[in-house]
Ligand binder design. Structure first.
Ligand code: NDP
Length: 280
């Protein structure tokens, strides 16, 4: 029956999410909801894999007929390395969050960036075209979202990071596609239309030390972290009367929808799933 989770049933397509830790992951609930909604005969389970056991786990999945897995911390770079074919987005991201196993190949994709872009465009009506974008942070998450943001043709992209050299490295990675500006936090001196917090500062209830001048009454603030309370970054934006403050729960749901589409060639509706997660 569509959507029932039974890995021993050989008649359903098998998927999962691989990480360490994994018990906190919302991906099984999201994909189960998508499977029921779209009547797909599939199952999706969380898999806890030891930090040095990723490659063996993938080999075991393939031999046991698993069709694909999502990959989360700390395996996204290992998934990139193990893939035999990469999407352009994943290639530039240097990390993979969606693996598909087919005809002896391991296809690697990265749907995090499209997840963020789709959340902003489809759920909040944000049009990137001609907008000024400030991205805070230069870690794995930021590298993953830059490609899809560039595709949306914003007027400018500025990366500001605590360690400036990491922002410079990212600028070089995307140099063929877009001329990104870089900055230290304290050197920022203009307003931006969109400010994306891709630092992990919010995880510790900290704020990247950026000047208030970057926030105007029209600015949209997007914290890639999500929480059942307003994140520290978004509290800061609200205190400055920013135009809107959004957290990364929608990005999580939208990146899952993209992965589901890659695997099943059917695009699930995301609103209900998002609303259910938000209410929990
Ligand atoms: P990384 O560890 O790869 O990078 C962390 C970044 O944060 C670095 O740029 C680091 O700067 C910066 N940073 C850390 N602490 C501070 C601080 N106190 N002040 C200023 N900058 C700081 O992490 P990820 O890129 O993997 O993750 C970043 C965030 O994105 C996390 O909050 C994560 O939860 C979120 N995320 C959300 C997703 C979603 O679906 N919603 C998907 C993926 C990630 P430096 O280079 O100087 O060390």
């Amino acid at each position: 029956m569509a959507g029932l989770i039974d890995m021993s049933n050989t008649n359903v397509a098998k998927y999962g999410v691989v990480g360490n830790p994994i018990s906190h992951s919302k991906s099984p609930a999201i994909h189960q909801a998508f499977a029921l909604q779209t009547q797909q005969d599939m199952c999706y389970k969380p898999f806890l894999v030891s930090v040095d056991g990723f490659e063996q786990a993938i080999a075991d999945f393939i031999s046991s007929g698993v069709s694909g897995v999502n990959v989360t911390v700390p395996f996204k770079e290992k998934a990139w390395a193990i893939a035999t074919k990469l999407s352009k987005c994943a290639e530039l991201a240097g990390a993979v969050n969606t693996l598909s196993f087919k005809d002896g190949d391991i296809f690697g994709d990265n749907t995090d960036g499209l997840g963020l872009v789709n959340d902003l465009k489809n759920n909040y009506g944000f049009d990137f075209e001609g907008k000024t974008v400030l991205v805070l942070g230069a870690g794995g998450a930021v590298r993953g979202v830059l490609g899809p943001i560039i595709q949306e043709n914003p007027a400018s992209i500025t990366i500001a990071n605590r360690t400036l050299s990491k922002a410079e490295q990212l600028k070089q990675v995307f140099a063929k596609d877009y001329s990104i500006s870089t900055s230290g936090f304290s050197d920022l001196d203009t307003r931006f239309d969109l400010i994306i917090n891709g630092t992990s500062a919010s995880l510790n209830n900290e704020l990247p030390p950026i000047p208030e001048v970057v926030v105007g009454s029209h600015s949209v603030l997007y914290d890639m972290m999500y929480s059942n309370q307003t994140t520290t970054f978004n509290q800061w934006g609200q205190a400055l009367n920013a135009g809107n403050t959004i957290d990364g729960l929608g990005m999580l749901v939208e990146q899952a929808a993209e992965a589901f589409y890659i695997w099943r060639a059917i695009r699930p509706a995301t609103h209900e799933v998002f609303a259910k997660l938000r209410s929990q």
